[in-house]
Design a protein around this ligand. Structure first.
Ligand code: F6R
Length: 602
């Protein structure tokens, strides 16, 4: 995920920016850059790869005296990780850094290009600086030009702009992406999270969505749609490690809470009013394709399974899912009318990468769904859709799973609209549900405390079954995987209808069953399956919008009108349950024993 640092004051600016960006490294990035205006002189440096490369490029530069400075680490979303695409983006006399996605950038870009403005990068961000300069060239007033620029932006942004036209000022705006202002006397800092300014600033103000303004002469002028605002600073936390986790106990916990936010990024620019759009896909990708095969491992395999239900149901395209390590050695029969999809958080999983190479050798078209741009799997694929989950630090995957599943849902609708397998009314209903997803992912405090309380009842026993049907079977697999990875308790995911074909023999009070009982998919069927388990004295934790009186424990969900909203709401519950059980057992949630985040060996 991208990171922003800014500074206005008299101290050495290069080091403030580079040190600040270093503190944001843990979020992941693929290029970095800084821009400084001092004595009305603009300096700009960019480098691809690690910050060390940028340090190297700037080693002979020092900044002295009063000036303004902005810096950025970029996690590619629009366009490859190249120097041209790295921020700060440059106009004729101004620089901008930006986190988030400008949804209407294409429209703005076309408008600016029609007026003869040349773009150097493939990014959405560059439109901000050109729009600003276009306004300034007309009205000769930087503040007014900045306001006019912000008014035109749609989507999520946290942005800083500096300009030779007003070299003693930093302009800022925030909407949907985090940004804060740090204070230490006349020195004023900006950052996308606490860590870059801890140890430098003493107080902080966390900007709210819709706020914008400028800093000049050691003073912040803050505005929103209603005009100028007053604001209250608060003391800045001092613990960096805690700040990286934004106050959460573990990265996994932070990442569970983050899902609501990252889902907006995943959808941005792709979920339009009346259709799905993938800028990165060639419209011909599905030409001559009559089936899909998806290969992945672990959690990514589970999202693939969920996707296969959606693709067959709505896009009416046969879809087979295989575990990559099995696929590699089974001597699979492949034909070039199959689109080969790989799913991977890291983009480096050896088995998935090898499966992809095999498919390519067999002449199949390939598409990857991945969280890391420029990773081996992305580079190897003909096309790629980035999940935009941001860096995932917890070894147990959470937000990567959520965003992969969302991309598969979007891809389903993309194919369905192209093949006309669903009506516009159905498509509109799906899009409407999609827009609700961030809400379904919100963690409710009451729910979290209930799971914390419940978790103490589930620390022993001879195992867990997570059961579900249809789409909720892959979710059951994923719920069980989360629990076993971080609690080291035995857990299995099972299709609920299959229990009576064997596993029900295990049922007794010490067998814990987590039953996923959505209202919108086969509720009566799963209810009968759970009743069969209750009759054999299994201990049941039921998750459903409808009260289930036979269960020992019950968690009531809110959504009961769309399967995917039920899916995402229940997903969060299973993640939190695993987290709380693991914490009670005293385990290292973020680094479970024997596991690695990226499995680059067979
Ligand atoms: C589970 C988990 C693993 C990964 C698997 C594939 O929480 O993280 O099961 O999903 O190792 O990794 P990627 O998605 O990077 O290919």
């Amino acid at each position: 995920m991208c990171g922003i640092v800014g500074y206005i004051g008299k101290s050495e600016k290069k080091e403030i920016l580079l040190d600040g960006l270093q503190e944001l490294e843990y979020r992941g990035y693929d290029s970095a850059g800084i821009a400084i205006i001092e004595n009305k002189q603009l300096k700009n440096f960019k480098a691809v790869g690690k910050l060390q490369n940028l340090r190297e490029k700037t080693k002979d530069y020092t900044s002295q005296g009063f000036g303004v400075a902005i810096g950025h680490t970029r996690w590619a979303t629009h366009g490859k990780p190249t120097e041209l695409n790295a921020h700060p983006h440059m106009g004729a006399y101004s620089f901008v850094v930006h986190n988030g996605i400008i949804e209407n950038y294409q429209e703005l870009k076309e408008e600016l290009q029609a007026e003869g403005i040349e773009f150097l990068s493939q990014t959405d961000t560059e439109t901000i600086v050109h729009l600003f300069e276009k306004n300034y060239n007309i009205n000769n007033n930087s503040w007014k030009s900045f306001q006019q620029t912000i008014e035109r932006l749609e989507g999520a942004y946290a942005t800083l702009l500096i300009t030779e036209a007003q070299a003693d000022t930093i302009f800022f705006a925030k909407n949907g992406s985090p940004m804060l202002i740090g204070f230490d006397g006349e020195d004023i800092y900006f950052a996308s999270s606490d860590t870059p300014i801890i140890g430098r600033a003493k107080e902080v103000y966390y900007l709210e969505d819709g706020e914008f303004g400028y800093v000049k002469d050691g003073e912040v002028k803050l505005f929103d749609a209603n005009g100028i605002k007053t604001f209250t600073k608060q003391p800045l936390p001092t613990d960096k490690a805690l700040a990286q986790k934004d106050g959460y106990r573990f990265f996994m916990e932070k990442e569970i809470y983050e899902q609501t936010q990252v889902m907006n990024d995943t959808m941005m620019g792709r979920v339009l009013d009346d259709r799905i759009y993938f800028e990165e896909l060639d419209e011909k990708l599905f030409e001559n394709i009559d089936s899909i095969k998806i290969c992945a491992c672990g959690t990514s395999y589970h999202s693939a399974l969920a996707g296969s239900y959606l693709l067959e149901r709505m896009a009416k395209i046969p879809c087979q899912v295989e575990i990559a390590s099995e696929f590699r050695y089974k001597e699979p029969l492949l034909n070039d009318k199959t689109l080969f999809i790989t799913i991977s958080q890291s983009g480096e999983t050896a088995d998935t990468l090898e499966a992809l190479k095999m498919a390519k050798r067999a002449g199949l078209k390939s598409l990857s769904i991945c969280n890391v741009d420029n990773s081996s799997i992305v580079r190897e694929s003909d096309s790629a859709i980035l999940t935009r989950a941001g860096i995932e630090k917890g070894v147990a995957s959470t937000k990567a799973f959520a965003t992969q599943t969302m991309v598969l849902w979007m891809l389903t609708l993309y194919v369905a609209q192209a093949k006309k397998t669903i009506t516009q009314d159905t498509l509109n209903r799906e899009l409407e549900a999609m827009r609700h997803t961030p809400k379904a992912l919100l963690v409710d405090d009451k729910l979290h405390s209930k799971l914390t309380r419940l978790s103490k009842r589930y620390l022993h026993g001879h195992g867990f079954f997570f059961i579900g049907r249809d789409l909720f079977f892959p979710l059951a697999l994923e719920g069980a995987l989360k629990l076993k990875e971080i609690s080291y308790l035995h857990a299995e995911g099972y299709p609920a209808g299959e229990m009576k074909h064997g596993p029900i023999a295990l049922a007794d009070a010490e067998l814990f069953t987590v039953a996923l009982m959505p209202k919108t998919i086969h509720y009566d069927k799963i209810k009968s399956n759970v009743e069969e388990l209750c009759a054999r004295d299994a201990t049941v934790l039921a998750i459903s919008p409808d009260y289930f009186e036979l269960s020992d424990d019950f968690i009531q969900t809110k959504y009961d009108t769309h399967p995917m909203l039920e899916f995402f709401e229940m997903m969060v519950i299973t993640q939190l349950l695993a987290l709380e059980i693991s914490i009670r057992l005293g385990n290292d949630v973020d680094m479970p024993k024997n596991l690695a985040k990226s499995v680059t060996v067979e």
